[in-house]
Design a protein. Structure first.
Lengths: 663, 348
């Protein structure tokens, strides 16, 4: 609800600018007071306890309310004569069917009419994937798609990989259907669009684990719950892209269809949607990648697949095994991403018509031939155990060796970071009184956007302070602050280099594209391997993950400074550095702030996952609420975290000028 | 002109954008001026347009961008809902038609060509042309056979399997034209069909268009911002400015007797000999030599060589062969040199 007002903030910026002269002084005064309030404890000034932390008796029992509300909805409420729980279980049942079908097809085997059918033999799946790569891309893509599966088979991860793929494909199908439907709805009714946009914003900032809690309640524990969470998490980009793509279709195409005598439905089905399809494929690809991320994380609530293998391996400290499975995730992610991109970039060619029958035949042969041969050649039905290799023990040995060799320096690094970076920052954040934090946010809102931004951000911060999770919130914020600072320190110079040198940029892009494809979960593996668990490894994981947008958006911002203006500055006799400091940076300011914003958002995304390696902030509360079946705790901690992210997002967007484009 | 069969009649058509535009219009006794509308926070795209279009004529709507010409065309097809007025197509008021009826009318009576071709990118040329038949549920074989005929008609028979992005602009618009003719419409709407093409191709497409029209004899409403194009193609031209029609006349009458300075500004660059007919250039009287005369409706540019080669003035003949007057070499030369014609234009 608060977010609805927030959306209109950029439009009201005109007022803010006009009022800037008058409003600036009080805003600056308020800012000074806020900074003072935040810093007082550092100078040993004792704050009245009620101002340092909201006293317990004023804290509303949000957590209990949320828990009770959810329990009521899930267990007792009904719409008419039908219990909500029956509806949700019904939906779960419907979704389960295609999931079981696909899982049976690729991994578990199917029973059709009393006859037990074995799953597709591995060569069928592998050949079909390679053919897909060949059909939509090139030989290289075919090697990638086929090779990723070959790797899985070779390392004894075939079943896990197939389960993961099945979950991803079914979630993508549902996510795409739901997203397309909502996208069409928003396209037809601008009012619906205005209502949905802020909802998507919130959905994409709520920590993943916080999704899982209510979903477990509503849809039950197990793969379906995991998949519902996946669909909800991955759907918003599809809906957004669908609306945008439909708006991008020239109006005359719809008119041409109407003039051909189409009904309203036919105009959409036969003309607009197919014309928008190439752009919508970008959305499909995003759903694909988000689904993969979520499916991996869903192993935390008991979904099978590659994520579960990694999780189990890490929990039992079998690092080598975790690394192998992690690499399988990486390969599957890259293969899916490249295949999705290749399909999205394809345009129909008139030569295709003749070839499509041949392709269909090739697919049929690839799928059926191994099925026919499998009963005679058992090696085709199941990957023979003695064909499998494992490098796990080799890795374990290397890592043990490495840990031994670097134990000293690593420990020193950890101690140093803890003493000089983590501990002081943590103490600083923990000492910040709630009154200072709320005032600071409100003052910044007033300064950057106007009173509406100040009010909404201030209220959100007040909720964070008063929801009973103030200390975890501070612990989350401190990690975010350090990691964002480090990510920017590393990323922005790299972005500068990218903008300056096309060759450096070309190399960097390959690296960034790959890094961006990987599910966040993967980042934890090498970090745990080398550093164990705790705040420091979490910090490293977040920095590595969040450095990508810092580099990319910085380079973009600088590259988009109009060349003519830079030339004009050079002709005015500006030196390189003058040109940079006085021309490029000021012109690129909105883009640079967007880079900061994206870095913060990515950092939040990764912070959530670091709960798995023992951080102590809000993220850990959402994770713990899963295992303790305490839905209120997860929901409120999740909401607090989403609010923190939204506050930073809105403030930075307002600073960037409000008009900065959404990524 | 007025005696022939009127097929499309627009009566006082308005299109006004803004909140409660229809109540604003209906409560006014006098038609509001653009200033009145602006004061009410409304924007008028079409202001009180009345037109009648006859069977088989090429009626061109000409105006600069923002003059409301495309909006008027879309009011005629009800792609845009007019705010007020009536539009009669063969006797039925389009504005009273239900969604279903309108769909039927479009299927049976109307065809439309768009400025940016508006081809569906996912369909081949053949499938694009067959689209209006597919919508009606015709079987694939039958509709593609018909579509192939249409592609042959526009000279693209061999490119049916190509996709729009594999065709040049001119070829794409040929597909667009074929598609708009698939359902054999009575009335053919063209919205700046050649504006996006480069000049050489535009010329070629105009010739193609005229060739098709001699074959098909459709009633045509053609929108353009190019006055030379309008003059070249039109039987009659309506000039629009700020949503209102300034003048409706034949190209010749527009050039010879522009209603106001706005219209005459357009006509300035048009070579006179291209629009003036023998009838308006001739001298009255019987002193013509011989019977080998020229047709009264012929444009001077087309008969100039014959008149200049002749010994004396050439007879101008009516359709029944009767002599109307004589065309002198001097009159022809004066027109070719683009001197303003001295004789008052005949009243149309």
């Amino acid at each position: 609800m608060t977010a609805v007002e927030l959306r209109s903030e950029p439009e009201s910026r005109g007022d803010a600018v006009r009022g800037a002269g008058a409003a600036r002084l009080p805003a600056l005064a308020l800012l000074a007071v806020a900074v003072l309030l935040c810093l007082l404890p550092q100078f040993g000034v004792e704050m009245p306890p009620a101002l340092a932390a909201i006293p317990d008796r004023f804290i509303l029992p949000w957590r209990q309310w949320a828990g009770e509300a959810l329990t009521y909805v899930a267990k007792d409420s009904h719409i008419g004569p039908v219990m909500v729980s029956e509806i949700t279980r019904g939906i779960a049942g419907v979704i389960l069917q295609p999931m079981l079908l696909l899982q049976g097809l690729v991994s578990k085997g199917l029973t059709v009419g009393g006859v037990e059918l074995p799953p597709l033999p591995w060569p069928s799946v592998m050949l079909a994937s390679a053919l897909l790569g060949l059909r939509f891309g090139s030989v290289r893509l075919a090697l990638l798609t086929g090779g990723a599966l070959l790797y899985a088979a070779l390392f004894g991860l075939w079943d896990a990989t197939m389960l993961t793929l099945a979950s991803v494909l079914v979630s993508v199908a549902f996510g795409v259907l739901l997203g397309t439907w909502l996208g069409i709805l928003a396209f037809r009714h601008p009012r619906v669009d205005r209502a949905l946009q802020p909802l998507y914003d919130v959905m994409q900032t709520v920590p993943i684990f916080a999704y899982l809690v209510p979903i477990l309640y509503l849809f039950g524990f197990g793969p379906v719950g995991a998949m519902m969470a996946t669909v909800i998490y991955a759907m918003p980009p599809m809906a957004r892209v669908t609306t945008l793509a439909l708006r991008g279709v020239p109006a005359s195409i719809g008119e041409a269809a109407a003039m051909a005598g189409c009904t309203r439905g036919q105009v959409m089905r036969l003309a607009l949607l197919p014309s928008a399809l190439p752009k919508m494929m970008i959305g499909v690809n995003q759903v694909l990648m988000l689904s993969l991320t979520m499916v991996i994380i869903a192993s935390v609530i008991g979904a099978d697949g590659l994520g579960a293998v990694v999780l189990k391996a890490l929990q039992s400290l079998k690092i080598g095994r975790g690394l192998e499975a992690g690499l399988a995730i990486v390969l599957v992610a890259i293969a899916l991403d490249r295949l999705g991109q290749a399909i999205a970039e394809r345009r129909p060619q008139h030569r295709d018509a003749a070839g499509s029958r041949r392709w269909a035949l090739a697919f049929a042969v690839a799928l059926v031939l191994p099925c026919l041969l499998a009963p005679m050649i058992p090696a085709l039905a199941n990957w023979p155990a003695d064909w499998s290799v494992s490098t796990a023990s080799w890795w374990d040995a290397r890592i043990a060796q490495m840990n031994l060799a670097f134990a000293g320096p690593l420990r020193e690094l950890k101690t140093f970071a803890f003493l000089w970076l983590l501990r002081p920052t943590k103490l600083f954040f923990l000492a910040v009184p709630w009154i200072g934090a709320v005032t600071l946010v409100a003052a910044l809102g007033l300064l950057l956007g106007g009173w509406r931004l100040a009010l909404s951000c201030g209220l959100m911060m007040l909720f964070v302070a008063g929801c009973g999770f103030w200390e975890p919130a501070q612990l989350s914020l401190y990690l975010i602050a350090i990691s964002v600072a480090l990510a920017l320190l590393i990323g922005m110079p790299l972005g500068l280099a990218c903008a300056a040198s096309p060759r450096f940029n070309a190399g960097m892009r390959v690296v960034l594209d790959t890094i961006q494809t990987l599910p966040s979960f993967v980042y934890l593996i090498p970090v745990i391997m080398l550093l164990g668990s705790g705040d420091f490894p979490a910090l490293i994981a977040i920095v590595v993950y969040a450095v990508t947008p810092a580099v990319r958006f910085t380079a973009d911002a600088l590259r988009h400074v109009p060349g003519e203006i830079v030339e004009a500055a050079r002709m005015s006799g500006a030196s390189r550095w003058q040109n940079f400091g006085w021309v490029k940076v000021p012109l690129a300011r909105p883009g640079l702030l967007l880079a900061v914003n994206q870095t913060v958002m990515m950092a939040f995304g990764m912070l959530v996952i670091t709960a798995l390696i023992g951080t102590k902030g809000l993220e850990s509360d959402t994770l713990i609420s899963l295992s303790k079946a305490d839905p209120g705790r997860g929901i409120i901690a999740g909401a607090a975290m989403a609010f923190l992210a939204i506050i930073i997002d809105r403030l930075l967007r307002a600073a960037a000028g409000g008009q900065a484009a959404r990524p | 002109m007025s005696t022939t069969n009127r097929i499309l009649l627009c009566d006082n058509v308005w299109k006004v954008y803004g909140p409660d535009a229809d109540t604003f219009l209906s409560t006014r006794e006098q038609p509001p001026s653009p200033e009145d509308l602006a004061a009410a926070g409304l924007l008028a795209a079409v202001r009180g347009v009345s037109l009648s279009i006859s069977q088989g004529e090429i009626f061109v709507i000409m105006g600069l961008s923002g003059s409301g010409k495309s909006t008027l065309l879309r009011c005629m097809t009800r792609l845009v809902e007019p705010t007020a007025g009536s539009i009669l197509l063969g006797g039925t008021n389009l504005l009273n038609a239900t969604e279903r009826q309108l769909m039927q009318i479009r299927r049976e009576k109307m065809g439309m060509v768009f400025q940016n071709y508006a081809l569906m990118p996912h369909l081949s040329a053949l499938e694009n042309v067959a689209f209006p038949l597919k919508v009606q549920g015709m079987k694939r074989a039958a509709r593609e056979a018909r579509a192939q005929q249409m592609l042959d008609l526009v000279g693209l028979g061999g490119r049916g399997r190509h996709y729009p992005h594999e065709l040049s602009g001119g070829q794409q618009q040929r597909v667009g034209i074929a598609r708009s003719l698939t359902l054999e419409p009575d009335i053919w709407f063209l919205d700046e069909p050649f504006s996006a093409l480069d000049p050489l191709v535009r010329r070629e497409m105009q010739d193609e268009f005229l060739r098709l029209q001699t074959l098909l004899r459709k009633t045509i409403v053609f929108v353009t911002h190019d006055f030379a194009e309008a003059v070249r193609l039109a039987d009659r031209i309506a000039i629009m400015r700020e949503g209102a029609v300034v003048q409706v006349a034949t190209p010749e009458a527009l050039v010879l007797a522009p209603a106001d300075p706005y219209v005459s500004a357009f006509t300035r660059d048009i070579p006179r000999a291209q629009v003036v007919t023998a009838r308006s250039a001739m001298d009255l009287g019987p002193d013509a030599a011989g019977s080998a005369g020229v047709a009264a409706a012929a444009r001077v540019i087309d008969i100039a060589e014959r008149v200049l080669a002749a010994e004396g003035p050439v007879a101008v003949l009516a359709e029944d062969g009767g002599v109307l007057g004589a065309l002198s070499r001097e009159a022809v030369i004066r027109l070719l040199l683009a001197q303003p014609h001295t004789r008052p234009a005949p009243v149309q």
